[in-house]
Write a new protein. Structure first.
Length: 412
């Protein structure tokens, strides 16, 4: 990566690039890595702007395995994408494979089990610490001739002929043919451009932490629906699991205030003993949950990716996987456009990207949102119907395999 000058007087003339990626987190860094072949083949000029200071990607001391480290569930389809980017071998060093997904409802007999061996694959997905994914991706970016602005924020953005003009906090100015917002949607840049979002609050809060268990998890991921909200347990290295425990808004405060032992006792009561005893809990974090979708994801010279485009309920585990498919579709649209003589920010190129994403995004949002809302209705007749449905799904091989393919991030 080529480091930018830090002085406000570093340049009086805007630097022109083909693509400016706003946000160097997991989504933005994945896009930078995915553009590497296009940069090499077409001479594409790419800039990445990241607001948070990052440790050097080549410094081994920056990766400190921690019991408290947040992790993400990566579908098998996403692992295949990372393989195509040349980073999966390194990511797999800290990946915990998911061999089975166990879906159940608290207090009901019905369960569904989605098995990797039934589909003839090594794993349905993997759980990887976010810090490790970031380190691997940034190490890859460090091998590319990118214009790297970090730490730097986009202080102003405005449309111009042929793209957008970005004024950065490090004093530089960039004119980009295509600007990609991959900043999580919290910077205010969407609003500055007049792009608003639909927000449908779930009136729920996700409490997320890591827990140690007394029995080997054997690569099983659990999704359990309770009257208070869904909960998930994801396998981590050793006998540890990441917990995502949904609470009605406000109810999480009581559990955040509990001692570790009292918290583990309540978790044991809520989840049962499928993983044995809960022995230890790490730092607890709480996040309010809403379904958020941007009303626009493309304009001439602009694309919106990741949480800036859509924020989903975490229990279904689809958010980052959906974002990564968006990254790959954008790169494919850019490559197709370049082959026909179009610039990356061309209206037709971005219309192609939007068409590639529309059905996938609509179906995943409908699936994730419907799952949460249907299981969130505490009504006796519906509860019995859900239990029967889970039992029936477990018995019907083709339908169960279809659900497993969706969990793997594969649509067919």
């Amino acid at each position: 990566m080529r480091a930018s000058a830090a002085s406000a007087a570093a340049t009086a003339t805007a630097r022109r690039v083909d693509v400016a990626i706003v946000g160097g987190g997991l989504v933005g860094a994945s896009l930078g890595a995915a553009l590497a072949p296009v940069m090499a083949r077409e001479g594409l000029e790419v800039a990445v702007i990241e607001a948070a200071a990052l440790p050097p990607a080549d410094d081994a001391s920056t990766w400190q395995p921690s019991f408290d480290a947040r992790a993400s569930a990566i579908a098998a389809g996403s692992a295949a994408h990372f393989e195509s980017l040349g980073v999966w071998q390194a990511m797999a060093e800290q990946a915990s494979p998911i061999s089975l997904i166990h879906v159940s409802e608290r207090g009901r007999l019905g369960t569904t089990r989605l098995r990797a061996d039934e589909l003839g694959v090594e794993a349905l997905g993997y759980v990887i610490p976010n810090a490790w994914m970031g380190r691997v991706l940034h190490r890859r970016l460090g091998q590319l001739a990118l214009d790297w602005h970090c730490p730097a924020r986009v202080e102003a953005i405005a449309p111009i002929a042929g793209g957008h003009r970005l004024k950065l906090s490090d004093g530089e100015v960039i004119e980009a043919g295509l600007t990609v917002l991959a900043d999580g949607g919290r910077s205010g840049l969407k609003e500055a451009l007049g792009i608003d979002s639909r927000e449908a609050p779930y009136d729920q809060v996700a409490l997320i932490c890591n827990v140690a268990v007394s029995q080997p998890h054997r690569g099983v991921a659990y999704e359990r629906f309770t009257p208070q909200g869904p909960m998930a347990l994801l396998p981590l290295p050793g006998q540890a699991m990441e917990l995502v425990w949904t609470h009605p808004a406000g109810a999480e405060q009581q559990r955040l205030a509990l001692s570790d032992r009292a918290f583990l006792d309540q978790l044991q009561e809520a989840f049962g003993d499928r993983v044995g005893a809960f022995l230890k809990v790490g730092k607890r974090h709480a996040y309010p949950l809403s379904l958020i979708t941007a009303r626009e994801t493309v304009r001439p010279g602009l694309a919106v990716l990741g949480n800036a485009a859509h924020a989903l309920h975490p229990v279904a585990g689809q958010g980052f996987n959906l974002a990564l498919r968006g990254v790959m579709d954008l790169v494919e649209a850019i490559e197709a456009g370049l082959a026909e003589g179009r610039a990356p920010g061309d209206r037709a190129t971005l219309a192609d990207f939007e068409a590639r994403r529309e059905a996938d995004q609509r179906n995943v949002i409908r699936f994730s949102d419907g799952l949460i809302r249907v299981f969130g209705i505490d009504q006796p007749l519906l509860s019995r119907a859900r239990a029967a449905g889970l039992i029936g799904l477990n018995l019907l091989g083709p339908l169960r395999r279809s659900l497993a393919r969706r969990a793997m991030g594969r649509q067919r």
